[in-house]
Write a protein that binds this ligand. Structure first.
Ligand SMILES: NC(=O)c1ccc[n+]([C@@H]2O[C@H](COP(=O)([O-])OP(=O)(O)OC[C@H]3O[C@@H](n4cnc5c(N)ncnc54)[C@H](O)[C@@H]3O)[C@@H](O)[C@H]2O)c1
Ligand SMILES: O=P(O)(O)OC[C@H](O)CO
Length: 332
């Protein structure tokens, strides 16, 4: 078994380690030759995990074709908004029955599509070949080998099981699921709620506020999911509640951290200048808000996160807007 991991960022690197520790040979693709050379020759990704030696089963290249050719599993680990362009260049190298594994947790801005939809549209492969891996998986903890679980979702259960096997490491326990829509939405929307959680944290708000954001954040994720055909139970699982809790609680989370910058009164540009890695929720909140409006789904936290990020609304005004909404029945 050989896998390609396309993207040598935080999660791409940690996931390559998972595959290697599960016994799979991995070729990573890095955009920059010096990163590929460091992984290949020194077994270290200097930009993301300079202290961790990567397993010998991992090699790297700056030529995507070299990584993809001959790979039975092709893992996509680039920012959601660049995936379409990246994949268009890579598709000609794909083996006829390779599984395409999406690690991304975002919604495409221009189309409001989920990542698996973008993959099918761009590559022309059948939806049954696209697998989504998602769950409470903060890359720095996975790199340390701390025990965690994840979800391997595919409409083709047999393919999900094959990928499940390929990513079972001593510290990672993967579960299969066939609800790709629910798993992807859980991963994308939790980033937006984690931004709100970060804002609340920086505002000095306490555990009542935070628990309310998590619970009502999950409620709006579930409403959107049901409108799009997801199984509501998915949101009680690792890809839903699990990832939401992990991302909101963790100081490692780029989304929560970004929210903290905004909560301290920084502008979008200032927050972007102080954070280098991908915080998917910042762009995805626009796509998720549009998707929700298109389907007539009420997503008040997402609406306010979008206003803070992109309309310059202050966290205090956004919080007041959330509190002053019309009173409602809890479950609807
Ligand atoms: N980091 C985590 O803990 C984690 C865990 C689970 C899922 N994810 C998801 O995985 C996806 C990737 O996140 P990450 O953490 O690896 O992000 P990252 O910012 O650490 O890395 C992104 C990688 O993509 C590359 N890249 C940037 N722009 C590019 C472009 N235009 N074309 C090609 N490559 C480009 C960067 O060089 C980098 O190697 C995101 O959707 C994220 O939500 C991340
Ligand atoms: O660092 P974040 O906020 O992108 O979150 C990372 C993972 O998605 C957590 O599962």
């Amino acid at each position: 078994m050989r896998a390609a991991v396309l993207g040598a960022g935080s999660w791409g690197t940690a996931f390559a380690k998972v595959l290697a520790d599960a016994g799979t040979d991995v070729t990573m693709w890095a955009r920059r030759e010096e990163v590929a050379a460091s992984i290949r020759d020194r077994r270290v990704n200097p930009d993301y995990f300079p202290q961790t030696r990567l397993p010998d089963r991992i090699t790297a290249t700056a030529h995507a074709g070299e990584a993809i050719t001959g790979a039975e599993i092709v893992v996509l680990a680039v920012p959601s908004q660049t995936l379409r362009g990246n994949l268009a260049e890579w598709v000609r190298h794909l083996e006829p029955d390779a599984s395409l594994v999406s690690l991304m947790k975002g919604i495409e801005l221009s189309t409001t599509k989920r990542m698996s939809e973008v993959i099918v549209e761009t590559s022309g492969v059948a939806a049954e070949r696209v697998v989504v891996v998602t769950g409470p998986n903060l890359a720095p903890e996975i790199m340390l080998g701390q025990p965690a679980a994840t979800v391997v979702a595919c409409t083709d259960l047999e393919r999900a099981k094959a990928v499940q096997k390929a990513v079972t490491a001593p510290y990672l326990r993967p579960y299969t699921n066939t609800d790709v829509i629910g798993c992807e939405l859980g991963g994308a929307v939790k980033n937006v709620i984690a931004l709100a959680y970060g804002v609340a944290t920086a505002m000095g708000l306490g555990d009542n506020t935070k628990a309310t954001l998590i619970t009502r954040g999950l409620a709006e994720t579930l409403r959107l999911g049901v409108a799009l055909g997801a199984d509501p139970l998915t949101f009680a699982g690792l890809a839903g509640l699990g990832d939401l809790v992990a991302t909101c609680s963790s100081p490692f989370s780029r989304n929560r951290t970004f929210g903290e910058h905004l909560g301290r009164g920084e502008t979008l540009e200032e927050a972007q200048a102080s954070t280098r890695q991908t915080a998917e929720g910042v762009k995805s909140c626009l796509g998720i808000r549009d998707l929700a409006r298109k389907h007539g789904v009420d997503m008040p936290i997402t609406e306010q996160v979008e206003r803070i990020c992109h309309e310059g609304v202050s966290p205090k005004v956004a919080m007041l807007a959330l509190m002053n909404r019309e009173l409602q029945h809890e479950v609807r």
